[in-house]
Design a protein around this ligand. Sequence first.
Ligand code: UT7
Length: 333
Amino acid sequence: MSEEITGKKSSVILGIGSYVPEKILGNVELSQKVETSDEWIYSRTGISERRIASDKQSTSDLACLAAKKAIRNAGIGVEQIDLVIVATITPDMSFPSTACLLQHKLGLNQVACFDLEAACSGFLYSLDVADSMLSSGRYKCALVIGAEKMSSIMDWEDRTTCVLFGDGAGAAVLSSGGEGPELLGFRSGADGSNPTLLHQPAGGSLKPASPNTIREREHFLKMNGREIFKSAVRVMEKATRELLADHSLDLADISHVIPHQANVRIFESMAQRLEIPMEKFFCNLDRHGNTSAASIPLALDEAMRTGLFKTGEFAVLVAFGAGLTWSATLVRF
Ligand code: UT7
């Protein structure tokens, strides 16, 4: 039936897995470091706590632990993987890619490995790209990961951002055909007209690291939260509507929405605009905060493990992020 809908063989999720670091940083503890409160954070965002990686853990370490679970869950051998995509804005280093570092840690064959940078939409962009590469017939089995050590780019003196983010990783093994949830379609887009709404100003070719960039705290994430909030609701609604129209589905056909876990008030606005009941929105940001590219696979893994999805149900995975980027994926379980 997927071929009937899409006109091509769907990629399927053979297995999924996630990892979050042990250290829990709760709102109360955070309010001892920066001028904020549990009440403010929870009422404005829905976040209660987030996980923080240890000094020794890099993004590829988090990715590796999530990937091992996904591979085990898929029931395949590592030698079957012939493509690795890591979505991240907190790579271990600018280059080589985190995907290459991960390849070595996992003991994979010398297969194609690259990072994809689409911020919080990165995992869904990566599914879109992996699906295209699998459907070309040149790749058979892709490992797609969203992994972030957001704590490494947090300004712990900036209460407007440091309360929002957390660390973690989620991974999926995809194949062209096989048994598992089917990826039926994608809608990805971007608007680069206002890049400073959410960015890390220094450390790239525009503003290389210097004593001045360090003094000005320009290696940390900066955000205009209010503007991002409004754009997020608008673009996620648009992507969802377009995705469903592509597949001649109605909003009522959707049993679940797995949104990028940024703010529960964003879910509420989307639910209102799309007229989808809030109960259909999966939420785990109370325990993880915003883990950027890791947020969708972390949520998907948790939702699948709790048996949320029934066979035949449709779900929309939808994200937005710095860029601005957005992406939506239609899944049938
Ligand atoms: O993956 C994409 C990442 N980005 C997002 O998803 C962000 C989207 N935006 C948001 O989630 C919300 O805009 C925030 C949670 C970031 C902020 O919520 P808001 O309701 O838009 O608050 P605000 O920025 O309008 O700030 C309201 C007040 C301000 O004080 P004044 O100017 O009214 O006196 C802030 O200074 O809250 C103050 N404030 C805080 N107070 C206590 C800002 N951060 C904090 C804080 N604790 N952590």
